[in-house]
Design a protein. Structure first.
Length: 94
């Protein structure tokens, strides 16, 4: 059982990195692995899928304004020192 988990983890990490750094290769390779029931290849598929999910979540702009500040080269420290740089402040009550 332990060996299967280790192979699954190694495959997951390899799939994640493959999708991140070589997306064209992943696109060509992964469809051929559909239905293969070996732990390493199951992990490989899951890792590649996980990277795509995270990338889509990143695009979802869950924190409005944060990307704009980042694109301007502004950090939270910059914005704290000079509040006039902040385009829109979110007022959050806890």
């Amino acid at each position: 059982m332990e060996m299967n988990e280790e192979l699954l983890t190694k495959g997951f990490n390899a799939g994640y990195l493959l999708q991140k750094f070589e997306p064209e290769l992943a696109k060509a390779l992964l469809p051929g692995l559909e239905g293969v029931e070996l732990p390493y290849f199951e992990g490989l598929m899951a890792g590649a899928k996980q990277f795509v999910i995270e990338k889509e979540l990143d695009k979802a702009d869950m924190f409005p304004g944060m990307d704009a500040d980042f694109d301007l080269g502004l950090s939270d420290k910059d914005l704290d020192k000079n509040p006039d740089l902040r385009k829109e402040d979110l007022d959050i009550e806890i």
